[in-house]
Design a protein around this ligand. Structure first.
Ligand SMILES: [Zn+2]
Ligand SMILES: [Zn+2]
Length: 280
């Protein structure tokens, strides 16, 4: 059995955003227990043998107390953006595994370079993963899944050179869960590996949103080239032939609440929320 818990379902800024008065942030501020309260990305994976986390959210302190997280010493990191690994600074403040030099981070060479640059002072063991590398953690077979995410750096790269962002395929007892972090395009080989998964947890940042609403903080940008937008996300989700789709990294920019967005989705597609549990 694999147990997954989405501890952080929000995009890079989380919800509510400080000083934002959009309807989603208003709902989130009014009711701290609403599904519109979203911390930054964090996913707990658990088997009988142990547990590990995917990502190190800047909100990991909050998530650790809310979901009784400790003790965890293994972390898979998809990429080096702020919302996916800068909680390492938080963790440093109280993780006994860091203090004892036992923390293990699994990531690409590119992500390792950023970890080394920004967190040189924090003791850690880094396991460098290559494209489509297999390894095992607590009885789960894990395969790295390169994706195109950082538009300015990745767009002209051949698939075989992608190293900025890795998703992860988790397999145990004939069950298959794919985690696709942020992306703007999925390479062919990654597509072929995640087809027919039981569950795909995938980037839904701009779900049902073709263009940003006009907000001052967007500096006139109409869309974000690092991510898929609107219909293209649903087209991709439909093409995967998965039993169930779970969208993560939800932004307030859609100006739709959790319930409103969920109602617009097909039955086999669910919007994640902080605390969502999936057993398989
Ligand atoms: Zn807002
Ligand atoms: Zn990112």
């Amino acid at each position: 059995m694999m147990k997954i818990k989405i501890l952080g379902s929000g995009g890079w800024e989380g919800i509510p955003i400080p000083f934002c008065n959009c309807r989603v942030c208003k709902v989130a501020k009014k009711n701290l227990k609403s599904k519109d309260n979203r911390t930054r990305p964090e996913i707990l994976v658990e088997t009988d043998k142990g547990k590990f986390l995917i990502e190190i959210s800047p909100d990991i302190r909050l998530q650790s107390t809310r979901f009784n997280l400790l003790p965890i010493k293994d972390f898979l990191i998809s990429h080096w953006h702020f919302d996916h690994m800068y909680g390492f600074l938080e963790l440093h403040a109280w993780s006994e595994f860091i203090m004892n030099g036992e923390i293990k981070l699994y990531c690409s060479q590119k992500t390792k370079e950023w970890l080394d640059k920004n967190f040189a002072h924090i003791p850690k063991e880094i396991v460098i993963l290559k494209q489509f590398q297999n390894f095992e953690l607590y009885d789960i077979k894990i395969t790295t899944l390169p994706v195109y995410h950082m538009f300015s750096q990745d767009r002209d790269l051949e698939e075989s050179k992608l190293e900025n962002t890795f998703g992860f395929l988790l397999e145990k007892e004939n069950k298959k869960i794919a985690y696709l972090p942020d992306y703007f395009e999925i390479p062919q080989k990654t597509m072929s590996l995640i087809k027919n998964s039981d569950i795909v947890i995938m980037d839904g940042t701009y779900l049902l949103e073709e263009q940003f609403p006009n907000k001052p903080e967007q500096n006139g940008l109409k869309s974000d080239p690092d991510h898929l937008h609107g219909k293209k996300i649903l087209e991709l989700a439909n093409s995967l032939n998965a039993k169930k789709i779970v969208f993560h990294s939800i932004t307030h920019l859609t100006e739709k609440t959790h319930e409103e967005l969920q109602e617009l989705l097909p039955k086999n597609m669910k919007l994640s929320f902080d605390g969502m549990e999936i057993k398989i």
